[in-house]
Design a protein around this ligand. Structure first.
Ligand SMILES: Cc1cc2nc3c(=O)[nH]c(=O)nc-3n(C[C@H](O)[C@H](O)[C@H](O)COP(=O)(O)O)c2cc1C
Length: 189
């Protein structure tokens, strides 16, 4: 079965459940989503448009063949252009100790652009996208597609390298998470 965008005209596909209902107000949606405990990541890119990065919880696994993930970036962010031009990005999961770095990449404190990378120690894997030293898990990706949905760009990445797994992986110190609009952490084993 293939599924594409649901038509808004019921005559077009009456079996599809009729016309779309109006979405709940944004505030109600944000309040509901705030209840979800989410791992905090720093999404980075590097290339002709320079190094850029932002803090994100909107990350998900999509497919394992080919290995594909998605990240949602607010269309209001000035970083959209850099991610599109560089066409590569990395997802860095964070240890609890990286909370101050997460704040910097969330724009708290007013640090913008390349200067954000003065916080934390950064290296790279295959694409050149910055990888945070101490990240419990990192995914290095080629940008496959970017689809606008409402307020956000959904960026799909093909995973071309991973770190933080297998022998030699760091001792698990737990993971930085966000819930009810504040940071928390998973328990270390
Ligand atoms: C815990 C946390 C999670 C966030 N998750 C996202 C996200 O998934 N997508 C997004 O676009 N912005 C997210 N943000 C906001 C961006 O980090 C922030 O708006 C951005 O870095 C600042 O904008 P700028 O980078 O364009 O200056 C999150 C912020 C925090 C503190």
């Amino acid at each position: 079965m293939t599924f594409s965008r649901r038509p808004t005209d019921p005559d077009e596909a009456p079996e599809a459940g009729g016309p779309l209902r109006p979405a709940v107000p944004g505030q109600a949606f944000r309040d509901a989503i705030a209840r979800v405990p989410s791992a905090v990541h720093i999404i980075t890119t590097a290339g002709p448009a320079g190094r850029r990065g932002f803090t994100a919880t909107a990350f998900a696994s999509v497919s394992d063949d080919p290995a594909t993930i998605l990240v949602c970036l607010n269309l209001k962010s000035s970083q959209n252009e850099a991610f599109r031009r560089n066409a590569v990005f990395a997802v860095n999961m964070l240890p609890p100790a990286a909370q101050p770095v997460a704040d910097v990449f969330a724009g708290r404190g007013g640090v913008v652009g390349e200067a954000r990378f003065e916080h934390g120690v950064w290296s790279s894997l295959v694409t050149g996208s910055p990888i945070l030293d101490g990240a419990p898990m990192a995914l290095d990706c080629d940008l496959v597609d970017s689809v606008e949905m409402g307020t956000h760009a959904v960026m799909f990445g093909r995973v071309v390298a991973v770190s933080g797994i297998g022998p030699g992986a760091r001792e698990d110190e737990g993971v930085l998470i966000y819930r009810d609009r504040h940071y928390d952490k998973t328990r270390a084993p």
